[in-house]
Write a protein that binds this ligand. Structure first.
Ligand SMILES: [Fe+2]
Ligand SMILES: [Fe+2]
Length: 297
């Protein structure tokens, strides 16, 4: 049922990032229960992303690239994706290890190759570019990947193409994280030059954020593991076990929206009781406008 001027979205992407799992569900830095946080995320995806067509995990799936950590990621995410009827796109981040990730997640390709992939979901194409560089935390890509990407973007379907890459091609607000930025912006711009990509979905910075790359919207999913707190006293970097989130991306033929959803369950209260919502659902459109939009005199 659609209440407003827009119909239901043509495609919905559940976008999560930076799960940073460890083998056996060990605590990250002896503090953060990243496995529990991902389990909570999965539970909330069932509700908030019930209409998702695809689940995108934009990298740093494992904190140390351990096979057991990827197995844990599958154990948590695959059942909910199956319930939603949504395929999973696993993108590689700087904390991931290609061979371990590829083998453990059952991804196609030769062991040491970049984890690049293309999937079509209905009328939408999702292209996942491996922006990790083995042995480094900053990002980039090579000439072979540029050729692959050019071909992957050709002849887009009706809803166009969304590009997934762990390192966002943006200027980062965190001064230190600029050392770990995506460093091949010019070659990327050359490939994307004709505006065929509708959005770039990234992670890496452990914050919600957005920007543009040569006119293309770039949207960051906040991590499900922990967040970077830019409000902490400088010059240290501060991680907080709070404000974890994921994004819902709704695509329409001519527009797109991104919504941030808390990844963990917090204490909440009904701002609109269920019985009132049920009443509103029963009304015809004109009555609904009167009941819900009209301000009292
Ligand atoms: Fe990360
Ligand atoms: Fe990262």
């Amino acid at each position: 049922m659609s209440f407003g001027i827009h119909p239901a979205p043509a495609a919905v992407i559940a976008h999560l990032s930076d799960t940073h799992l460890l083998a056996g569900g060990a605590l990250l830095a002896d503090l953060v229960d990243t496995a529990a946080h991902l389990r909570a995320t999965a539970q909330r995806l069932r509700v908030a992303a019930a209409d998702a067509d695809v689940v995108v995990v934009s990298g740093d799936v494992a904190d140390r690239g351990e096979p057991e950590a990827y197995a844990l990621a599958r154990e948590i995410i695959e059942p909910v994706a199956a319930e939603l009827g949504a395929p999973i796109v696993w993108a590689a981040g700087n904390h991931d290890e290609r061979q371990s990730m590829r083998t453990s997640l059952g991804l196609a390709g030769a062991p040491a190759d970049p984890i690049d992939a293309t999937i079509e979901v209905g009328d939408l194409r999702i292209v996942s570019l491996d922006s990790s560089l083995p042995g480094w935390h900053h990002g980039g890509f090579d000439a072979g990947q540029a050729d692959w990407l050019r071909a992957a973007l050709a002849d887009p379907p009706a809803l166009g193409t969304v590009l997934v890459m762990h390192h966002p091609p943006l200027a980062y607000r965190s001064r230190l994280m600029r050392l770990l930025e995506f460093r091949d912006e010019e070659p990327l711009a050359e490939v994307l030059g004709d505006g065929r990509v509708r959005a770039i979905l990234s992670g890496h910075l452990h914050v919600n954020g957005s920007g543009t790359f040569r006119g293309i919207p770039v949207v960051l999913a906040g991590a499900t593991s922990y967040a970077d707190d830019l409000g902490g006293p400088p010059p240290a970097m501060h991680g907080i076990d709070a404000t974890q989130s994921f994004n819902l991306v709704e695509l329409y033929p001519d527009s797109m929206s991104h919504t941030v959803v808390p990844a963990l369950q917090h204490e909440s209260r009904e701002t609109l009781p269920a019985h009132v919502v049920e009443q509103v659902l029963q009304l015809d459109p004109a009555e609904r406008m009167e009941r819900f939009s009209r301000k009292p005199d």
